[in-house]
Write a protein that binds this ligand. Structure first.
Ligand SMILES: Cc1cc2nc3c(=O)[nH]c(=O)nc-3n(C[C@H](O)[C@H](O)[C@H](O)COP(=O)(O)OP(=O)(O)OC[C@H]3O[C@@H](n4cnc5c(N)ncnc54)[C@H](O)[C@@H]3O)c2cc1C
Length: 482
């Protein structure tokens, strides 16, 4: 899913402020976030018991890949399957980045924000971008099948839902635009949503059959297993500190050196910190909460039998999904940018508070359900919300893949394989279709002001819709009880 910039950012790690929330909600939310629920490594993965050893000394390979998320591991597997000697260098452990922290929506072109790039790149290339995102879904489904990765994937399809009548025009417009590019979505009115057992706070929506939800932790750990079995040399707990380019790329880590003819920087939101794409992409912090498991009675009462992943039509969406462990995961709502493109791994209490409030408002019958975990991660976003994929260095042998916005389960997985093909000397059409001029970001402090100013504005627009939905729900409640 592409996450639009939004939300007022005023600082990282501030204490929770329950501004504008009801007293009961506020105290519950404070309790939920205060009791050690924050997880520094996200909600889906644990530090592996077989943590691979740090790089010490010197190693030579055909390809060095930096970063072991969806992109890096997919590239590594594809290269190793072709007999290449591959070194993967990961600062923490595979899945530590966004790949182990996301909502697990496997979405194709339906989430594309056409408004942000259609005029800029034109119809023909927009079709290529849509085809690329669509191919991401097939690629991941193929990887799960081919390698027997069990990550609780259900191809339930996805719903983009309105929580207030004001969302309807936007949903219908998106269905129309997507149809122009061959994406078939169906409008679900109130009755159709109820027939699917979708919780009533989601009034109507668009349904796309393609894609679904998975457990991203199991997916990324499955990729890690496949990579190790394929002979990839994975060095975890190893930070790339610098590199030199030339015919041979030389990478330096605290206690080692790796050399290869090619390098892939699969570091996504962390790439600007490595001195690349600083003026092309910005890391944006996205947060998530997960509830305790629903009881069988709560599940039965909730219904939602097909477990479609739901996103809302807010300017900056909410996502709500059931997991295979019968918990509910809610993400996004607040997206933040830290000055200087930093990516501190610290809690974001006000974002968790906003998510808890959204969860309680969309699922009022689950008011006894408490939050078991909250976490944050970083996506990388370009000004036109398009992927930023290319090559650099005097030999053009250093590849990078960032800027996938919130769309990386499919797209970053696919781009790993495409970069592997490119390194093998092929020219994949899907990769060529991504080539475009990425707008340059403003320098600091203007960037901070512009990004967070835009987020504040969009956040205020969403807050207005939320207030209207709240008032309508209160009115319905009064009518029901009178
Ligand atoms: C809360 C949240 C919800 C999301 N929901 C969805 C969703 O539902 N669907 C979807 O499609 N996308 C979603 N996304 C986006 C998606 O998770 C990412 O686009 C995707 O995981 C990016 O994969 P990656 O491999 O490119 O980067 P990452 O997974 O971020 O991997 C980069 C790796 O590089 C490592 N690294 C960084 N610097 C160095 C260094 N100097 N040396 C060595 N290693 C380094 C990091 O430790 C990290 O492991 C979400 C993201 C977040 C945060």
């Amino acid at each position: 899913m592409v996450i639009e910039l939004n939300a007022g950012y005023a600082g990282m790690g501030k204490p929770p402020v329950a501004k504008g929330s009801g007293g009961d909600f506020a105290s519950r939310a404070q309790t939920d976030t205060a009791h050690g629920k924050y997880r520094t490594i996200g909600g889906w993965v644990e530090r592996p018991l077989d943590l691979q050893r740090e790089l010490e000394g010197e190693v030579n390979a055909d390809v060095i890949i930096v970063g072991a998320g969806f992109a890096g591991l997919n590239a590594a597997i594809a290269l190793a399957q072709q007999g290449a000697k591959v070194v993967v260098i990961e600062r923490e452990f595979a899945g530590f980045g966004a790949s182990g922290r996301n909502a697990g929506y496997l979405a194709g072109g339906s989430g594309a924000k056409f408004d942000l790039f259609l005029d800029r790149i034109g119809r023909e290339q927009t079709q290529k971008i849509v085809d690329y995102f669509e191919a991401g879904v097939s690629h991941v489904e193929g990887m799960l099948d081919e390698h027997g990765i069990d990550c609780d994937y259900i191809d339930s399809g996805l719903i983009r839902a309105g929580i207030h009548p004001v969302h309807e025009a936007n949903i219908r417009e998106n269905i129309r635009k997507a149809a122009d590019f061959g994406i078939k979505m169906q409008f679900l009115d109130w009755a159709a949503m109820r027939a699917r057992g979708i919780p009533p706070a989601f009034l109507f929506g668009s349904y796309i059959k393609r894609g679904g939800t998975l457990d991203p932790g199991k997916y990324v750990m499955g990729l890690r297993r496949v990579a190790l079995e394929a002979g990839v040399m994975l060095y975890e707990n190893t930070e790339v500190q610098s590199w030199t380019t030339g015919r041979i790329v030389e990478v330096r880590t605290p206690r080692g050196i790796a050399r290869a003819q090619f390098m892939v920087l699969a570091t996504n939101a962390y790439t600007p910190q490595l001195g690349l794409l600083e003026n092309k992409v910005v890391p944006m912090r996205v947060s998530a909460i997960e509830t305790e498991p629903l009881s069988p009675e709560q599940l039965a009462q909730l219904r939602w039998p097909n477990r479609e992943g739901i996103v809302t039509a807010h300017r900056k969406m909410e996502s709500h999904r059931l997991t295979a462990r019968n918990t509910l995961v809610t993400t996004t709502k607040r997206v933040r940018y830290a000055f200087g493109s930093r990516t501190p791994n610290i809690p974001d209490s006000s974002a968790y508070l906003a998510l808890i409030r959204a969860f309680r408002e969309r699922f009022p019958t689950l008011k006894e359900l408490t939050v078991r975990a909250c976490w944050s991660g970083y996506i990388s976003v370009a000004g036109d919300a398009l992927p930023v994929v290319g090559a650099t260095g005097e030999r053009q042998n250093v590849f990078y893949a960032a800027g996938c916005s919130g769309h990386g389960v499919g797209a970053q997985s696919l781009v790993g394989r495409l970069l592997a093909e490119r390194i093998r000397g092929e020219e994949p059409a899907l990769l060529a279709g991504l080539h475009h001029k990425t707008p340059t970001t403003l320098p600091e402090p203007l960037r901070w002001c512009a990004v967070n100013g835009a987020m504040s504005m969009l956040g205020r627009m969403d807050d207005k819709v939320d207030r209207a939905a709240r008032a309508a729900a209160a009115c319905d409640g009064r009518q029901a009880s009178s």
